[in-house]
Ligand binder design. Sequence first.
Ligand SMILES: *Cc1c(COP(=O)(O)O)cnc(C)c1O
Length: 391
Amino acid sequence: MGFEHLRTELEEMKQAGTFRNLVALESAQHNRVTIDGKELIQLSSNNYLGLAAHPRLAEQAAEAARTFGAGTGSVRTIAGTLEMHQAFERELATFKHTEAALVFQSGFATNLGVLSALLGPEDVVISDELNHASIIDGIRLTKAKRRIYKHVDLADLEAALQETQDARTRLIVTDGVFSMDGNIAPLPEIVELAERYDALVMVDDAHASGVLGKAGRGTVNHFGLDGRVALQVGTLSKAIGVLGGYVACEQHVKDYLIHKGRPFLFSTSHPPAVVEANREALRVMEEETELFDRLWENTEFFKQGLRDLGFDIGTSTTPITPVIVGDEARCHELSDRLRQEGVFAQGIAFPTVAKGKARVRTIVTAEHTREDLTTALAAFEKVGRELNLIG
Ligand SMILES: *Cc1c(COP(=O)(O)O)cnc(C)c1O
């Protein structure tokens, strides 16, 4: 029934080797997962701290569902705000050292809601060219003027600030940690430029929430910039292990978003299980500091191992470690062969990364054992030689 042209396009993707079937896990999200009946070392999740299937979070979720039910039956602004939603937002604001925090259904929804609500035709949004898709889509929904600057290029950012002096608000938007390369944005320099030119900064800390800063407070805290960044967006779906997105900001910005943030207004609130699991995640992050120690020890060990084998792992300084292959079909071949060798590491190609920059993106977690990582490195060595990626 219609959409016949899609068949052609899908056929072309299959010819090019870029068509991918969804992979289904048959087990909980841990350092090892079962796929097609086979146990594999998981190197593709965003489960940095191992919170996705942490017993304390699962227990809080179960308890909340038993007491408060499975759903909320309404959007936040009509009848779907439970006391726990508000308590969590207060806890999140305290955690982030901001006046207020507002939770959305996902990180994606947060970027759409925040950007579309806060910017108008009098404003300019100044955005890093490698920002996440949800920022790009959020910008598409605003009537603000757009200026894209070259990736982490401070000279181009300054030029953008000079070009746009007559705007009401200039909002510089950057990922805190870039999701495909694992590099950290030069936030101190960005904030200094913003202050010099009277602009504001929005940081998307999806890959930094629960990873960087004290107990995972994010990039702003990591660089000691608390109080100098207007909008800190983050996700509750990656290191924090559950689901959701938030913006940490001043109270008047939160009040405005409650009235104008469209995903907040028009999409149902989080179920009790999600809220209570998120609250427990914040407690676990404050209490189980060894999770961060293990995450960073594993990161150093695995990066060094890949480097010693001779792989091109780019410039990452975070647990995201890309193994850059270039050619798309070859990248998927590396991923497929690793899987046969017991390692789940997905290939990522265009349009998620630029053409010719295909990579297998790995993320180690606090849950990985030394044995997991040495086994994974042995698989990378074997397959890397086979495919002539290393000597
Ligand atoms: C993953 C990600 C998001 C989306 O977060 P979800 O909670 O999964 O919707 C937004 N921004 C960046 C930079 C991300 O990496």
